[in-house]
Design a protein around this ligand. Structure first.
Ligand SMILES: [Zn+2]
Length: 251
């Protein structure tokens, strides 16, 4: 069996049988993988406190000839992010971050940019206001996945965002539609109203590198509108609901 060493974060972990654990990792070299840690529930030395949610690890894994389930032989902690497990708001935002990656990625689909965005986001969630950090992660995740949101003008008539019209986000177009165009057709529940402040904030956020995120200020209205936008847009694109959106603080 071939062995590999890679950086990884723990997205999901559950007990398996008497003594094993099954872990879903997002790794820098292999994308999302699932692996079994034999004896992890019993072994105090090899895995103690290592295979915990959100941990950033160096892992040593082996392929399995007969299954897609890999085997974890060893793990070393690089960053444990303890605040993500002790503060409720941070925990909920980190859980949703992980769920988005679980839902949006396929097994063994390597994406180093996403791996760095993920570890950076966990780090920011431990020290900054978690909700804006989560929303900015979501915005950049969609961009990495190829869903570049059109937030500068109406996708239908091309009118640039301004104060004379009301704009809303229309998922099938992956962008904004103005009030004039939306009144001409039945847009349905995928039409999410956005204030000018939220549109400009998200557009600015998309252009900023992640290290400048902490400079952005989300008003309460922008938080609510952004949550509604991303919850609805994910459900539209994935064709399923991600339940953790309902657990977020400030709803
Ligand atoms: Zn229009």
């Amino acid at each position: 069996m071939a062995s590999h060493e890679t950086e990884a974060v723990v997205l999901k972990v559950f007990d398996h049988g008497e003594s094993d654990k099954i872990i879903t990792f997002f790794t820098s070299d292999f994308g999302k993988i699932t692996a079994i840690a034999k004896g992890a529930k019993r072994s105090k030395k090899r895995f103690v406190a290592k295979l915990e949610l959100f941990n950033h690890l160096q892992i040593f894994i082996a392929d399995n000839k007969y299954s897609s389930l890999m085997r974890v032989d060893e793990a070393e902690i690089l960053s444990p992010f303890p605040a993500l497990r002790t503060n409720y708001d941070r925990f909920v935002c980190a859980t949703l971050t992980s769920e988005l990656v679980l839902n949006w990625t396929a097994d063994h689909d390597q994406d180093e940019n996403l791996f760095h965005l993920l570890t950076w986001t966990y780090g920011q969630l431990t020290k900054n206001n978690p909700l804006p950090t989560l929303l900015l992660f979501q915005l950049h995740l969609l961009t990495l996945l190829g869903f570049h949101l059109h937030l500068s003008s109406c996708c239908q008539c091309g009118t640039e965002v301004n104060m004379t019209r009301i704009f809303s986000f229309f998922s099938p177009k992956n962008g904004l539609v103005c009030s004039k165009c939306s009144s001409l057709q039945n847009m349905g529940p995928t039409n999410i109203p956005l204030s000018l402040g939220t549109i400009r904030l998200l557009e600015k956020a998309r252009q900023l590198s992640v290290d400048k995120w902490p400079r952005l200020h989300f008003s309460k209205q922008s938080l609510k509108e952004s949550i509604a936008l991303f919850q609805s847009h994910n459900a539209f694109l994935l064709q399923r609901d991600i339940l953790s959106w309902k657990e977020l603080p400030c709803r």
